[in-house]
Design a protein around this ligand. Structure first.
Ligand SMILES: [Zn+2]
Length: 367
């Protein structure tokens, strides 16, 4: 999985060297607010939208900065209509997760508290939101952001707080319980969305539902991974197409066009000097067909020993964001560990595990 090509989001810039991405559904909401409502002043709507955007960004940056205090870097921040997600690059301890998660909604409450002095609370209730002053609207929005994000559903902050608290209380499988809770909540949200004809709420319920599934799968994979080593899941060198640094792009193209392999190790002698994506070969073929692969900027890839536990390799893949690891034995290149394939491998092993457990249950019934 190449992060450049993933997800329904666009990169808008960087803050504190963290890439800021915006999910398309957020843009849909912005467009709807600015043009879809019968607001008296579109300019004021636009101003409001930009200010909401800023509040969500502050929320996410607070997560990123708290994560930094716990020694965890943030890969990127993605903004959704209901808030955002700061993708931190490691799983924090339960205490870390509690602090990192809670600080986001807290920042919205602090903004609301700061606005309180200029807010006419008596005026807010019963009023059409588009007729309120900008400050009143921002006040409500920040309260709503805090409440929404505190909803106990993964991958929302409230869901993470719930998981962290379960873990701190030494409850077994906290992610499994938190994910089940999330799915139940999403179902309730979906039904409410249909009953009250709120399409946006339905979309949000869907996004959270799949977010919770993703969190669950990742947590399960890590549990399964402990039982295996890198050797069990790697693709051996004999089954891989490789290139030498002296291969020209046009020659590599011939292989790339007839093989299904998405990326290729480039060797110098017996050492891997980097990997090249199939798409990059196609791209270079148009402009520099006679160039040697060795002189193209290749993606550097970390390596892992073949006897390492699979869980260690899994964490390495997640933390570095690389799609692949070079597998070595006594320092020699013997294969590749591909992130996408590894997820499939672990999912399959997990299912097999579950099935054999179910079988055990059947056989253990006393006669
Ligand atoms: Zn948050």
């Amino acid at each position: 999985m190449n992060p450049k090509r993933s997800s329904w989001s666009l990169e808008m810039g960087t803050v504190a060297s963290i890439p800021i991405r915006v999910h398309v559904t957020f843009l849909v909401l912005l467009v709807w607010l600015a043009f879809g409502t019968e607001a008296p002043s579109p300019m004021r709507e636009a101003g409001y939208v930009v200010l909401v955007f800023t509040c969500v960004l502050i929320h996410e940056l607070s997560h990123a900065l708290m994560a930094k205090r716990f020694g965890i870097q943030t890969k990127e921040i993605t903004l959704y209509p209901f808030g955002g997600i700061a993708s931190i690059m490691a799983q924090p301890t339960p205490k870390g997760e509690l602090f990192i998660s809670i600080v986001g909604p807290l920042s919205n409450l602090i903004i609301a508290a700061a606005l309180y002095a200029w807010t006419d609370i008596g005026n807010i209730s019963g009023q059409d939101i588009s007729k309120l002053t900008l400050v009143d609207r921002l006040f409500i929005t920040n309260i709503a952001l805090a409440v929404f994000n505190l909803m106990p559903a993964l991958p929302m902050d409230g869901g993470r707080v719930a998981r962290a608290v379960l873990a701190l209380l030494n409850v077994k499988n906290p992610t499994r319980i938190a994910a089940r809770l999330s799915q139940a909540l999403c179902l309730a949200m979906g039904i409410a969305a249909l009953a009250f004809e709120q399409p946006m709420l339905l979309i949000i319920a869907f996004i959270i539902f799949f977010g919770a599934v993703q969190e669950y799968v990742r947590a399960e994979a890590k549990i399964v991974a402990v039982a295996f080593t890198v050797r069990d899941a790697m693709i051996p060198r004999a089954r891989l197409e490789t290139f030498t640094h002296g291969t020209t792009v046009s020659k590599a193209l011939r292989t790339a066009l007839t093989s299904l392999q998405p990326l290729y190790p480039v060797l110098h002698g017996d050492k891997v000097i980097g990997i090249i994506h199939r798409d990059d070969i196609l791209e270079h073929a148009a402009t520099q067909p006679d160039e040697y692969l060795g002189s193209i900027t290749l993606q550097e890839v970390p390596s892992v020993d073949v006897e390492s536990p699979l869980s260690t390799a899994f964490t390495m893949l997640e933390e570095t964001g690389t799609p692949v690891l070079i597998v070595t034995e006594n320092g020699e290149f013997i294969g590749l560990l591909v992130h996408d394939r590894l997820s499939d491998f672990l999912l399959l092993q997990g299912l097999r595990d579950k099935r054999s457990k179910d079988d055990d249950a059947e056989w253990s019934t006393p006669l």
